[in-house]
Ligand binder design. Structure first.
Ligand SMILES: Nc1nc2c(ncn2[C@@H]2O[C@H](COP(=O)(O)OP(=O)(O)OP(=O)(O)O)[C@@H](O)[C@H]2O)c(=O)[nH]1
Ligand SMILES: [Mg+2]
Length: 266
């Protein structure tokens, strides 16, 4: 009931459209979470969803895309022309960048309560090349946009892995210029307990590094921690699983909170 009221509030205040962009390292679960979160929004909130695939390398998506960037180019087609997998990914990104205004216009033309946007497997293609920032700038002009940064517990189950995983959402915020919420996905895996344990004792990272390293690296670790500390005061990370479906209502609430905080609901 509370969720339905929240949905009413969220959708009314945005004249029915909200963009949610899923981003994260290769294999963290972007495509699966896009699908499972979309199904949850459809079933629990009776919301209408447009699923958008921006990954030219994916073979099959569990959702039926309302817009699919593979109508422009696929990595397979470029590999058939002789490029290797990484070269083909970069070339595909270049071709998409040339048509990014067309892509964002087609996405903008999709009318639904939520547009869920699944991004390329290699995060750097979207985040560090012009493709992601340009696309987000275009679509965020018209409807509120939130990015969901997905932390993979298999990458964050050491202290330094966790520290880097916590920095990446900050970099995402910097590059994309829209609010970013973080989730730890694959909550059904045992590695998640380790991540939770480390999150509670993040300062052990400093101790561990101080015992092993000297000089610049210790300073660097301390600065990292200061940043993460500062950032952690304003964020809340929820656990999700695309396998069990846990955490979907928490993710929904997190998105809502992010929009409230940045004033986009006013
Ligand atoms: N255990 C577990 N596995 C998951 C979960 N979400 C995704 N996976 C698995 O992780 C693998 C990658 O999932 P995808 O959804 O394709 O991840 P992705 O980030 O879209 O992958 P790329 O686009 O190739 O980078 C698949 O084998 C999924 O079944 C989860 O919540 N729990
Ligand atoms: Mg994917």
């Amino acid at each position: 009931m509370v969720l339905k009221i929240l949905k009413f509030y969220l959708i009314q205040s945005h004249k029915g459209m909200l963009n949610v962009v899923f981003i994260g390292t290769a294999g963290c679960g972007k495509t699966s979470l896009t699908h499972v979160f979309g199904k949850w929004l459809e079933n629990e909130l009776n919301a209408s969803i447009s699923y958008i695939n921006l990954d030219p390398g994916v073979h099959r998506t569990p959702y039926t895309p309302s817009y699919d960037v593979r109508e422009i180019i696929t990595v397979d087609r470029l590999m058939e022309c002789g490029l290797g997998p990484n070269g083909a990914m970069v070339r595909a990104a270049e071709i998409i960048e040339e048509k990014i205004s067309e892509v964002s216009r087609k996405v903008h033309d999709l009318k639904s309560d939520f547009r869920l946007i699944d991004t390329p497997g290699q995060m750097e293609l979207f985040l560090f090349r012009p493709m992601g920032p340009r696309f987000i700038e275009d679509i965020a002009k018209h409807s509120p946009t939130v990015s969901v940064y997905i932390i993979d517990p298999t990458m964050a189950s050491t202290l330094s892995g966790l520290a880097t995983s916590l920095l990446l959402p900050m970099i995402t915020r910097l590059r994309l210029g829209v609010p970013v919420v973080s989730v730890i996905n694959k909550a059904d895996l045992p590695e998640v307990y380790k991540v939770e344990e480390f999150s509670r004792n993040l300062h052990d990272l400093e101790k561990e590094m101080r015992s092993e390293e000297r000089g610049l690296i210790v300073d660097l670790a301390s600065r990292f921690l200061e940043l993460i500390d500062e950032f952690s005061k304003t964020i809340r990370i929820v656990k999700t699983s695309a396998i069990t479906g846990e955490g979907m209502s928490d993710l929904y609430t997190l998105i809502h909170e992010a929009l409230c905080e940045c004033g986009d609901l006013m």
